[in-house]
Ligand binder design. Structure first.
Ligand SMILES: O=P(O)(O)OC[C@H]1O[C@H](O)[C@H](O)[C@@H](O)[C@@H]1O
Length: 264
């Protein structure tokens, strides 16, 4: 049985990962971007904007953008880094017990010279996506294959699909329960690593390790209207709860860092 098959999402080549229990995920090679995740119950768990570019001309709006090596504008490089707008490679895929998985790689040599010149470090990234039943696990690994250290930030900018953002409740990230009345763009440093997201449809356990921080984002009506790749009312259908490593971490030559995000 083939568990990882080639497909497309819009004009983008993608890989569909299917677990024996029916859980499935689709990852575009552009950005190693998880654009769809369905649990074994068949229900979609991720938001994807109906107006997202799906042709490689700009970052995908929705799913799980991989943020590296900088978060937002916290650095001199392109906004949220180059990983989400680079073309990754499917490295391997398989089945561990009931868990289907695939690994995507991006290395310095894959970057166009304009990007590589602006961030001249010998790195390798890998994203492992694994699923079974109603659980998704992502692991982002950064390797320093060069002779000099480099600093980086990273995040898995997850757009959780919700029936109505007003009904969302998040516990475990802040001392107070988080709800979204209008726009929210909040950074929570040094989180404990376990949070509960009540979407209104599901209660999800969010577990992160390696990523020290969390960001919760919803643009609200006004900012959503200014985003060209989001329908005006679509902000009501997602909340981003993002495991993040915001303060740049310095990775010495030969060192490896891994951040994980588990949603169940
Ligand atoms: O529009 P993007 O570049 O994808 O960024 C989307 C959002 O990402 C993060 O959540 C930031 O905290 C927000 O400030 C930002 O607006």
């Amino acid at each position: 049985m083939t568990l990882a098959t080639h497909t497309t999402c819009g004009q983008l080549p993608a890989i569909r990962i299917q677990a024996p229990d029916g859980a499935e995920a689709t990852v575009t090679l552009y950005g190693a971007h998880l654009v769809s995740w369905k649990g074994a119950d068949g229900a979609e768990r991720l938001f994807l904007s109906s107006r997202s570019a799906l042709d490689g001309s700009r970052a995908i709006r929705g799913g799980v953008p991989v943020i590296f090596p900088q978060f937002a504008e916290r650095g001199r490089g392109i906004r949220h880094g180059f990983a989400r707008v680079s073309t990754w490679r499917l490295e391997d895929s398989g089945l561990d017990g009931d868990t289907a998985w695939a690994v995507f790689d991006l290395a310095a040599g894959d970057l166009p010279s304009t990007v590589a010149d602006a961030w001249p470090h010998t790195f390798a990234l890998s994203l492992r996506v694994a699923l079974r039943a109603n659980t998704l696990q992502m692991a982002l690994t950064v390797r320093n294959l060069g002779a000099a250290h480099f600093p980086f930030s990273a995040a898995l900018h997850t757009y959780h699909l919700v029936p109505d953002v007003c009904a969302v409740r998040i516990e475990g990230i802040s001392s107070d329960e988080i709800s979204i009345l209008d726009k929210l763009d909040a950074v929570y440093p040094h989180v404990g690593g376990r949070a509960q997201l009540a979407t209104g449809a599901h209660s999800l356990l969010l577990e992160q390790a390696g990523f020290t921080d969390a960001v919760v984002w919803n643009p609200g009506a006004v900012d959503a209207a200014a985003l060209p790749d989001l329908e005006n009312d679509e902000y009501q259908r997602f909340v981003c709860v993002e495991p993040a490593l915001l303060d740049p971490l310095t990775l010495d030559a030969g060192q490896t860092w891994t951040g994980t995000y588990r949603i169940s």
